[in-house]
Ligand binder design. Structure first.
Ligand code: FES
Ligand code: FE2
Length: 430
C-alpha cells in the first residue's frame, strides 16, 4: 500500500521534495501544442477508465466511448465467455465507424449477437472476428482471419473497465494504480448499482476542473451559500485542512473530514436535509451491506472519527470519491481541445429499498449538482484569463498539493515522451 504521511511530519508538499514549492506555470493548460503532446504522451499511452462492468451485464452487451483525446472511438463488449473486450470502433472494409446510432459522434449502448457495419454489411462476432463479407467472391484473396476488429488492451479492476490504446503497453492496471489503488481494493463498489449521471461540456482545459475538485481550500468561500449563514461564517473562520494527503506515482489522494452525515447540530443544515436525512454527504444512514466495516486501509487512512470523504485522483482523468455514509462518486474529464472538455460526474448508491431511500439519493444527487455548477462556474473565468498570459505563474498552497502534482505529472509525461519520440518543438515549462 502507498505511504500515508502523518500531519506531524511537516508540510504535505515538502514531504515530497520532487514537487518543489515554487509558483506553478500554467502554460500546460493554455497551449494548443502542449495539448497535442498530451494526447500522444498521456491519453494514447495510459490506462483510461471507460466504464463499469454493470454497464455490460450479459453476453453481447456493449457500449461505445468517444475518445477524441486519443483520436479514436472504442466499443467495449461482453464476449461469449463472460470476458470484457474492447476494439477500435472501425470497420476493416473501408473504415466506417462500426457501432453508432443516429449520429456518428454520439456514444451508444445496447445488446447484440454480432456487429454489422451500416455501409456494406460486413459482420463481426463478439470476439472481433470477421464472420461475413457481402459478395465475398468479388474480393481478391481475402482471408477473413486477417480482417478482425483491431483489439484494444482492456482490464477490469474492482469492476472498473480500463482500456489502454498503446499496443506496446506492458503494465497491468493494478500495477499502474500502484499502492493507492491497492489500498482501496475490496470496497463494495459492485453493490452500488443505482447510478445518477451528469455530463457537461466545459470551456476549460481538463486539468482545471480536476484542480477544482482536488482541493477543498475553496470550499468555505466558493460554496458559502450552501450552508446556513451562521455555519458559513464559522467555516470561513476555520478554513480548510485535510486529514491526509498521499502521492504515489502519477496518482494522488486527499482524505477529508465530514461531519454532515448526520450533522452534530441539525441547525447546521437546511430544512429539507433535516426532513430527508440526506444532503451533500449522501443519505445519513449507511446501507446495510458487507464491506463497509472495516474499510480497506486506503480509506480514511488517518482512521479519524471525523472522516467524511476520500478523493482519489487517478491519472490522467479519473477521480474516485468514497463517502463515509457508504456511497461513491466518479468524475471523468475527457479533453476535446486545449481549452475544452466533457465532464462526467456519476453517483453510485446501493439500490433504494423504498421511496424514502430513493428521495434521499435524489437529494444527494441534486445537491451535488448545485456544488458542481458552482465549481464549474469558475472554470471558463479562469481559462479565459490565464490565456491572456498577463500572469503565467501561480503560487499553490499546501492544501493544493494534488494540483501541483497533477500539473507536474502531465509535464513529466510530455517531456519524457518528447525526449524519447518527438523532436523538441515547444518549450513546455519546468
Ligand atoms: S465500410 Fe464497413 S462494410 Fe464497408
Ligand atoms: Fe467545490
Amino acid at each position: 500500500m502507498a505511504h500515508f504521511p502523518k500531519p506531524d511530519e511537516g508540510s504535505w508538499t515538502e514531504h515530497y521534495p520532487q514537487l518543489g514549492t515554487a509558483p506553478v506555470d500554467y502554460e500546460d493548460s493554455i497551449s494548443p501544442e502542449f495539448y497535442e503532446l498530451e494526447r500522444e504522451a498521456i491519453f494514447a499511452k495510459t490506462w483510461l477508465n471507460v466504464g463499469r462492468v454493470e454497464q455490460i451485464p450479459r453476453t453481447g452487451s456493449y457500449f461505445t466511448r468517444e475518445l477524441e483525446c486519443a483520436h479514436t472511438s472504442v466499443v467495449v463488449v461482453r464476449d461469449r465467455d463472460g470476458g470484457v473486450r474492447a476494439f477500435h470502433n472501425i470497420c476493416r472494409h473501408r473504415g466506417n465507424k462500426l457501432v453508432w446510432n443516429d449520429f456518428p459522434r454520439e456514444e451508444t449502448s445496447g445488446t447484440c449477437r454480432q456487429f454489422t457495419c451500416k455501409y456494406h454489411g460486413w459482420r463481426y462476432d463478439l470476439d472481433g472476428a470477421l464472420t461475413f463479407v457481402q459478395q465475398e467472391g468479388e474480393f481478391f484473396d481475402l482471408d477473413k482471419d486477417d480482417y478482425g476488429l483491431v483489439p484494444v488492451q482492456t482490464e477490469v479492476w474492482e469492476g472498473f473497465i480500463f482500456v489502454n490504446l498503446d499496443p506496446d503497453n506492458t503494465t497491468s492496471v493494478r500495477d499502474y494504480l500502484g499502492g493507492l489503488g491497492a489500498g482501496i481494493e475490496g470496497y463494495p463498489f459492485g453493490e452500488m448499482t443505482q447510478v445518477y449521471k451528469y455530463r457537461a461540456q466545459v470551456g476549460s482545459n481538463w486539468k482545471l476542473f480536476i484542480d477544482a475538485f482536488a482541493e477543498f481550500y475553496h470550499a468555505p468561500v466558493l460554496h458559502a451559500k450552501q450552508a446556513t449563514d451562521e455555519e458559513s461564517r464559522k467555516l470561513q473562520g476555520y478554513g480548510f485542512e485535510a486529514l491526509s494527503y498521499a502521492l504515489d506515482g502519477p496518482h494522488g489522494m486527499v482524505s477529508s473530514w465530514g461531519g454532515m452525515a448526520p450533522p452534530k447540530d441539525l441547525n447546521m443544515v437546511k430544512p429539507i436535509e433535516r426532513v430527508l436525512r440526506s444532503g451533500l454527504f449522501g443519505p445519513w444512514d449507511r446501507p446495510e451491506i458487507d464491506g463497509l466495516d472495516p474499510l480497506p486501509e486506503g480509506l480514511n487512512p488517518a482512521r479519524s472519527p471525523a472522516w467524511g470523504i476520500d478523493t482519489y485522483v487517478l491519472f490522467p482523468n479519473f477521480m474516485l470519491l468514497v463517502w463515509a455514509p457508504g456511497w461513491y462518486l466518479t468524475y471523468h474529464y475527457w479533453p476535446t481541445a486545449h481549452n475544452s472538455h466533457i465532464f462526467e460526474g456519476s453517483l453510485y448508491f446501493v439500490p433504494p429499498r423504498n421511496a424514502t431511500e430513493r428521495l434521499r439519493q435524489e437529494l444527494a444527487a441534486v445537491t451535488f449538482k448545485e456544488y458542481a455548477l458552482q465549481d464549474g462556474n469558475t472554470l471558463e473565468a479562469t481559462q479565459s484569463m490565464i490565456e491572456s498570459r498577463a500572469v503565467t505563474e501561480f503560487p499553490l498552497g499546501d492544501q493544493e498539493i494534488l494540483l501541483r502534482h497533477l500539473h507536474q505529472t502531465a509535464r513529466r509525461y510530455v517531456t519524457d515522451h518528447d525526449r524519447n519520440e518527438i523532436p523538441v518543438q515547444i518549450s513546455v515549462g519546468s
